[in-house]
Design a binder for this molecule. Structure first.
Ligand SMILES: [Mn+2]
Length: 205
C-alpha cells in the first residue's frame, strides 16, 4: 500500500507490504503533523504474522494517543505496552518546526538516514535489542535541521542498496522517489515498510 501526505511543508510518502503468503504485516507506522511538529514512528513486531502485528499496532496506538509528549516519554510508554506481548523494534522521529530541531530515538533494527541539501549523510547508528517491557536504556539523538533535507526510515524487510543514497539525497519529490524505489526493490521474505520525506525549502512555521 502506498500513501502520500503533504504535511504543510513536509512531504512524506509511505509504502507497506506483508511478507508473501501472510494476510497481515508485522510492521506499522504513523505520521502526523500539528502546527508545531511532525512526528513519524515506525515499528516492527518480532517475527511476522498476527502476533507481530499486535505488538507493532499496540506501539503505534500508544504513540497516536500521546503524540504531543516528548520522544523519550513515548519510547518508555511503548516499552511498557509490550509487557506480555511479543517484542518490537521502534524508531520515532520528531521534527520541531519552531525550534528547527530534529529528535530521533530508536531501539532495534530500523534503518534511518538523513541527507542535507549539500549531500551530507547523517545515519544514526541503530541501538541493539528490542522493546519488550523490560527496563531499557533509551538514547535520544539530535540531528541538525536544514530546509531541503530529506530522510528515510525502513524496516529490515527493505534491503537498502547503497545506490539508493544518491537517489534519496537528490530527491525532489518523495512521491516520485517512493515509486522509483518500489520498482527497484528486491523481493525479501519479510514484511516491508518504507517511509521517505522531505522538508520543503520554503517550510516556515
Ligand atoms: Mn522485519
Amino acid at each position: 500500500m502506498i500513501e502520500h501526505q503533504d504535511l504543510n511543508g513536509v512531504e512524506v510518502s509511505t509504502y507497506k507490504a506483508a511478507k508473501k503468503g501472510n494476510w497481515c504485516s508485522g510492521d506499522s507506522f504513523f505520521v502526523t503533523r500539528t502546527k508545531d511538529y511532525i512526528l513519524c514512528a515506525m515499528a516492527d513486531g518480532l517475527g511476522s504474522g498476527e502476533e507481530a502485528m499486535n505488538s507493532s499496532t499496540a506501539v503505534i496506538e500508544a504513540i497516536k494517543n500521546d503524540h504531543g509528549e516528548d520522544v523519550l516519554f513515548l519510547m518508555d510508554k511503548c516499552n511498557r505496552v509490550l509487557v506480555q506481548r511479543r517484542g518490537a523494534v521502534l524508531s520515532i522521529l520528531r521534527i520541531d518546526i519552531n525550534e528547527q530541531e530534529i529528535t530521533y530515538s530508536n531501539v532495534g533494527n530500523i534503518g534511518c538516514n538523513f541527507y542535507s541539501p549539500d549531500g551530507k549523510l547523517d545515519r544514526p547508528v541503530p541501538s541493539r535489542g528490542y522493546l519488550s517491557g523490560k527496563k531499557q536504556k533509551i538514547r535520544i539523538q539530535r540531528i541538525p535541521y536544514e530546509k531541503g533535507m530529506t530522510f528515510v526510515l525502513y524496516t529490515d524487510g527493505f534491503h537498502f542498496n547503497p545506490g539508493y543514497h544518491s537517489i534519496l539525497s537528490k530527491m525532489d519529490s518523495p512521491k516520485d522517489t517512493l515509486h522509483q524505489l518500489v520498482e527497484l526493490m528486491e523481493d525479501t521474505n519479510d514484511d516491508t515498510a518504507l517511509l521517505i520525506g522531505k522538508i520543503d525549502n520554503s517550510t516556515i512555521k
